[in-house]
Ligand binder design. Structure first.
Ligand code: GLC
Length: 604
């Protein structure tokens, strides 16, 4: 307690200044370094004063590791950091982008595109609070969320990580930041990082800036626009995040008018830090400094020089940390990177760590473990699923709505792999980086939910791949066909044709030609719907990527709750129209941005 920086009642800025004054160059650059858990030995953490560790993608202590195993792992890393000369605690970062999605048994919420369909800022904030709880239960104190991309083209593989195509919608949903970090009290310093307690996490607004505006939706591509348009469309949500006290911002892999965001002093320093007044820290994306030049990894020295001088404060290395540290040390000692830049970066990192309470509460709070995947959290996720569903067609004759369905029908055909696959329901960033099919965690598939929802006399026949024979021997009152996309992530999700994959189109035709059919689409974005196919459907629901609580879907299709979701993205007629949004001259969508029906065919 003899040092100011160890005194919790001392003003944050005095603690920052005191601690910075005690640090060696090696300790300073160590704090600017984020490494992957797989290379983080206890001695490296202690000796190099590493500032942060992360789980890249789905990197976990072991497969299906429960929260307690995560907490044990993170506490181990933290104790190593506390054992360093100055005892500076770690930030441990994960991508908990729709719940604590790496952790077995955690509550998995609808992906952001589905939350965008709800337009419910309070819901987003509550989801942030629950996510923070389930993340902190694992000892983790840093979350690389929210993604506040404005997705201007559904061909982008990360469309589902965005709340939608319209800036004002994304701005509204930034309320998740105060859910994750807590609400700054009246009179709190403007644009200053905030965090309110040991059940909150450091948030990260990403990916700054224009990640959702690239040409043809190419991931990590190039956003071409005037500065005014960039600010009006893509920067605006960051203003809301900063005003809510967001602690960190992640730079985008993408480029603006051909300039890498990670190399842009104008955008990272002059705009983000000076014009917008951001006082937290800017972190790179994973291995982003390896990608500034081609081939990847080349000119690493030059990449570090450019990025740090542009305004990067912490580098998500995450593997070749010794090479990074050696280069950075040389660049500082040679004067190519001024010490003032290093001090600014480290001040920002320390500021966030002091604000986060990590010095006072560095270790996991095991009393939170029971909150992970608890019924209360799953009920919130179920509410989110209900509110996210968008009804796009209800009845071949709108005066005769097809929904709500009769739960006491004699026999119902449920068809399609997506009707009984929890991994498909959750999408990417779930259990693993790219996601995967199967019963990947604890949750409720649509088939599970159907069995609970229908009457005791009703028979539900599930066929993943029905054939004409399915219909030869039995009659069905109606069918529910669930099709869509398999899980994907980042560039793996980029698509230029946006067709319903996995034989979904054929499945719809096979069933709808024989039985009255509701089609439910499980996807990260609007997909191409052939006009004849839409005509065959008796009803059509966009369910996005709902997460673990599939009962939210049956709640609505059987009429216990009304549809209220509205499109967060324009539904195109043809990919040749893309990019198409209301700002464009020719706007002739299949369904416009904001469209959605009630079960009585009233336009919301
Ligand atoms: C990824 C993503 C970023 C994520 C980071 C850490 O490449 O672009 O959104 O937070 O790496 O997993």
């Amino acid at each position: 307690m003899d040092c100011v920086y160890k005194n919790p009642s001392a003003p944050i800025e005095e603690r920052v200044k005191d601690l910075l004054s005690r640090m060696t160059l090696d300790e300073k650059i160590g704090q600017m370094t984020q490494i992957e858990r797989g290379v983080a030995t206890l001695s490296v953490i202690t000796e190099l004063s590493i500032g942060s560790i992360l789980s890249v993608g789905g990197s976990a202590p072991y497969e299906d590791a429960p929260s307690e195993a995560w907490a044990d792992m993170v506490d181990g890393f933290q104790k190593a950091a506390l054992g360093s000369r100055l005892g500076i605690p770690l930030l441990y970062g994960v991508d908990a982008i729709h719940g604590n999605n790496n952790v077995y048994g955690a509550t998995i919420f609808p992906q952001n595109v589905g939350l965008g369909a709800t337009r419910d800022a309070d819901l987003a904030q509550k989801i942030g609070m629950v996510t923070a709880l389930e993340v902190r239960a694992c000892g983790i104190n840093y979350n690389f969320a929210p993604c506040v991309a404005v997705c201007k083209d559904p061909r982008w593989g990360r469309c589902y990580e965005s709340y939608g195509e319209e800036t004002e919608l994304i701005r509204k949903m930034t309320s998740i930041v105060t859910g994750l970090q807590g609400q700054p009290p009246p009179g709190y310093p403007k644009n200053y990082p905030f965090l309110s307690g040991s059940d909150k996490v450091v948030a990260c607004a990403k990916h700054f800036v224009g990640d959702g505006g690239t040409e043809r939706g190419i991931n990590e591509g190039n956003t071409i626009s005037s500065y005014d348009d960039l600010e009006r469309i893509h920067i605006a949500p960051y203003i809301d995040c900063i005003s809510q006290g967001v602690c960190t911002v992640m730079a985008s892999y993408s480029k603006w008018n051909g300039c890498h965001l990670h190399a842009s002093h104008f955008l990272l320093t002059e705009v983000l830090k000076e014009k917008l007044g951001f006082k937290g820290f800017v972190i790179t994306d994973s291995e982003a400094l390896d990608r500034l030049y081609h081939p990847h990894g080349s000119n690493y020295d030059q990449s570090i020089l450019t990025a740090i001088n542009a305004g990067i404060d912490m580098v998500m290395v995450p593997f070749r940390y010794q090479l990074f540290l050696d280069h950075l040390r040389c660049l500082v000692e040679s004067g190519k990177i001024p010490m003032t830049r290093i001090d600014d970066a480290v001040e920002r990192i320390l500021r966030v760590k002091f604000v986060s309470g990590a010095f006072e509460n560095p270790l996991s709070d095991r009393s939170l473990l029971d909150t992970v995947g608890c019924n209360h959290h799953r009920e919130l996720a179920r509410v989110a699923v209900r509110k996210s569903l968008v009804l796009l067609k209800n009845g071949k004759d709108i005066t005769k709505p097809f929904l709500p369905l009769d739960r006491k029908a004699k026999r119902i055909l449920l068809a399609g792999k997506h009707a009984d696959d929890l991994g498909f329901q959750c999408g990417g960033w779930t259990k693993t980086w790219e996601g995967m099919g199967g019963r990947i965690t604890i949750g409720t598939t649509i088939l599970d939910a159907m069995k609970d929802a229908v009457g005791g006399e009703t028979e539900v026949v599930y066929e993943e791949n029905p054939s004409p024979d399915t219909f030869a021997s039995q009659d069905f009152s109606y069918s529910i066909v669930v099709v869509g996309e398999p899980p994907y992530c980042e560039s793996g999700g980029d698509s230029q044709d946006l067709r319903i994959p996995l034989g979904g189109e054929e499945l719809i035709s096979l069933v709808a030609d024989r039985v009255p059919t509701l089609v439910i689409l499980i996807s990260g974005r609007p997909l191409y719907i052939e006009p004849l196919l839409l005509e065959k459907m008796d009803a059509f629901v966009a369910a996005w990527l709902p997460g673990t609580e599939g009962a939210g879907i049956t709640d609505v299709i059987f009429g216990d709750f009304e549809f209220q979701g509205r499109l967060p993205m324009t539904w195109f007629k043809s990919v040749d129209q893309l990019p198409m949004h209301q700002e464009r001259n020719s706007y002739e969508p299949l369904f416009p941005f904001g469209y959605g029906l009630t079960s009585k065919n009233k336009v919301l």
